[in-house]
Design a protein around this ligand. Structure first.
Ligand code: SAM
Ligand code: ZN
Length: 277
């Protein structure tokens, strides 16, 4: 008798690591050990059980997310987003994972830009960010989980995208197929230089490092730089989406708001690497 194999699932149970299967009601996933995970009304899956949460609301807080939304939707990082989408389209990937995807701004840009068919997945530890991402992009597959413990099957992804997001080298290698791509975006030396000058007594340029996680070989590097002129409110949003926010007090915020016609350099390094066989 032919045995009927369940369809291959990309998800692993976060409790026992068995494969998760979508059950016929299509509203929840379950493993062979009867751990169940319901799809949220927005369509995402929460695979971060409370026992693995280190705080009530891990990841970026709502204020940071709102600031990032306001700033990104105004289009200031569009040149970088377009360069990322072009690099992905030039290296076709069926399954792409956006690691630390926040509210999915880059996933939506990729969907809109890429001509090659692509199935987009996004993961972030902040539940409210994933809920917003899933609502805005119903065709993509978003989950709540930590990049330190990715509930995805081994070698599932053709490509992983990491834009200003934390990651775990072992997990990155595990979820990528052999010869899969890793595309990272990191700040270049001049990134937000004028903003830093208003915050730090002695601002320092970001060091240019070409460090890749072990087991990856470089394929391509692009530097995307441009100057932006956000209005005072958008400058404050920019401040609050960066780690500089921790250093800024009221006096600094006032100086940022009041600087006449402040122009700010943006500088991004895009690094494409391939997983060594
Ligand atoms: C600087 S933001 C970048 C967001 C998005 N990639 C972008 O560039 O707009 C970092 C993101 O990583 C998420 N994050 C932080 N720690 C994480 C972890 N351990 N696992 C998954 N996501 C995490 C935060 O919630 C936040 O959305
Ligand atoms: Zn399980």
């Amino acid at each position: 008798m032919l045995s009927v194999q369940p369809p291959i699932s990309c998800y692993l149970c976060p409790i026992c690591a068995a494969s998760l299967q979508l059950n016929p009601s299509a509203k929840s996933y379950a493993c062979a050990n009867h751990h169940h995970f319901d799809l949220a009304k927005e369509g995402y899956l929460n695979l971060l059980p409370v026992q693995f949460k280190h705080s009530a609301e891990p990841g970026d807080n709502k204020q940071m997310m709102q600031a990032r939304r306001e700033f990104l939707e105004a289009g200031f990082y569009e040149p970088m987003a377009t360069a990322v989408a072009a690099m992905i389209d030039a290296n076709p990937a069926k399954h792409l994972l956006d690691l630390g995807c926040g509210e999915g701004y880059y996933s939506r840009k990729i969907e809109a830009y890429c001509e090659n068919p692509i199935i987009l997945h996004g993961v972030d530890i902040a539940k409210f960010a994933i809920a917003a991402a899933a609502k805005k992009q119903p065709d993509a597959r978003f989950i709540v989980a930590s990049s330190n413990r990715l509930p995805y099957a081994d070698r599932y992804f053709d490509a992983v995208l990491r834009i200003f997001a934390p990651s775990n080298d072992d997990e990155l290698r595990r979820v990528l197929k052999p010869s899969g791509f890793l595309l990272t975006v990191t700040p270049g030396p001049r990134h937000l230089w004028q903003l830093k000058q208003l915050i730090y007594a002695e601002a320092k340029e970001h060091a240019l490092t070409d460090e890749l996680p072990p087991g990856f070989e470089p394929m391509d590097t692009q530097r995307v730089s441009c100057t932006i002129a956000p209005n005072p409110q958008q400058r404050i949003a920019l401040l609050h989406m960066t780690p500089f926010a921790w250093r800024a007090n009221e006096r600094v915020e006032q100086a940022i708001k009041e600087s006449a016609e402040l122009e700010i350099e943006t500088d991004f390094i895009l690094t494409l690497a391939i997983k060594a066989a």
